[in-house]
Structure formats: C-alpha cells, structure tokens
Write a protein that binds this ligand. Sequence first.
Ligand SMILES: C[S@@+](CC[C@H](N)C(=O)[O-])C[C@H]1O[C@@H](n2cnc3c(N)ncnc32)[C@H](O)[C@@H]1O
Length: 253
Amino acid sequence: MSAPLQVTVSNTLAPELLARARACAEAWGLPFFQRDKYTGLPEGTYLVLGGDGWTLRDPAGTLRFSEGLARLRIKRLEAGERDDVLVRLCELEEGDQVLDCTFGLGADAQVCAHVVGSAGRVVGLEKSLPLWALASEGLKAQVSSPRHAPIELRHADCLEFLRAQAPQSFDCVLFDPMFGKRKKASPAFDVLRAHAEHAPLPAEAIGLARRVARRWVVVKGARYTEDLKRLGLHPEPTSRFSEVVWARVRGGI
Ligand SMILES: C[S@@+](CC[C@H](N)C(=O)[O-])C[C@H]1O[C@@H](n2cnc3c(N)ncnc32)[C@H](O)[C@@H]1O
C-alpha cells in the first residue's frame, strides 16, 4: 500500500508558499507536512508547492502538470494537419461541448478546448485526488489562450457524474481509462500510474454516456488487448503503427 498523501512546500519554506499550501491542504482534506528548511523529504507521497508550481512526488519520481503532448497536437492542428484521431472521431467543431470522463493530465481535454474555442465548453472528470489536485492547480496556473474554451475540472467518478446529467447535455463524451496492458513509461508516467484510478470501466459507462452525448461517445484502448471488446465496442480503422485503438458509438439514445 502506498504511503498516505501529504501536502508540503519546497525546502526554502517561503512564507507565501506555506500559506497557500496550508490552505490547499485544508481544502483538499489532506494533512500538511511541516518540513525543515533546506532538507530533503522523508520517503512518502507528497503534493509539493514550489516557486514553479505543484508537483506530485513519490519514491518512483516526480510528476508535474504540463501542456506536454497537447502542445504538439495543437501546433499540428494550427498548421492545418487533420490527423488528430480524437478530433476526427468526435467530429469536433467550434462551439461544441465536450465531457472528458478520464482527465488524467488533460492532453486530450486541452486539444478539445483548442478546437471548440471560446464559444465551447470542456468539462473534465478525474477520480484520483492527487491527480485532480495537481491538474486543477496546473490549469489555474496555465496561461491559456482566450481563444480556447475554459476547462472545468471536477474531482468526480465519471459514472456518478454521468448518472446525474440531463440527456444530451454534451456533444461528445470521451473515455481514456488506464490501459490493462503496461506500456513502457517514463518515471513521471510511473507516478501517474501509481496514483491513477485503475478499476476497469464497466460496460454500463458506455450506455450512460450515450444518453448524455448528443453526437459521439469516443473510447481509447490499448492495441492487442480486450479493452474495447469487453465494452462491446469495435475499433475504428487507424494507423497500424499506433499503440492505441479507438472506438466510437452514437450518442443521442
Ligand atoms: C490514461 S489517463 C487519461 C489521460 C488523458 N486522456 C490525457 O490526455 O492526459 C486515465 C485517467 O482516468 C482516471 N479515471 C479512471 N477511472 C475514472 C473514473 N471512473 N472517473 C474519473 N476518472 C477516472 C484515472 O485516474 C487517470 O487519471
């Protein structure tokens, strides 16, 4: 079992960071760890506020929220490339409303926010408390273009959230759950993996999402696994070099 999550600050103990980190710890219902100046942290799992923002640290490594892959994908879209599979399968347009049920570090959500633009809406759901805290603080600190839709990120289980939504309240609903198959990963991804929600998506989620989506429900899975089949979905034709496969089913039912 992993060590309990605590909140702390970088080892300069800057007073403004201490005050902010303490307030966040209280808001998140997590203990605050009072560390000593200029010393390392005892082994454990921490959300650490430094002068350059929040990191999630555990013995496997350090994870930071960043635009990462989203930036590359957005650049390709801006250059007129039309090969982003998610954008194509969702048939995303300006003004669309998107629900990302498995936010993670939000690369997919950030790409959607770019495409739907300021007239659109992107809501992200993340069940893991440390990942939600890291991503929601990361989004607040991000200087995103006023032309992008704001991303509303909620700490929620997607099944509970979907059950509470009115029919057809979003254009598209996305799922990118943790893959059953372990891919080669960086230390940062190992931290994400260690703190992510791994319970397999039940088939019920697809039915709930089809009620909430006006246009498409889009699901990502790992190639050579039963991820999609288990949900009663069939992969769409995509590059055979890609490690991921995608499926989509109509919403509005
Ligand atoms: C593979 S990551 C998603 C990556 C994301 N698409 C991106 O572009 O960064 C899957 C995320 O979904 C979250 N998750 C899994 N099951 C969930 C659920 N039932 N409700 C909300 N979030 C969930 C996990 O904690 C994890 O952070």
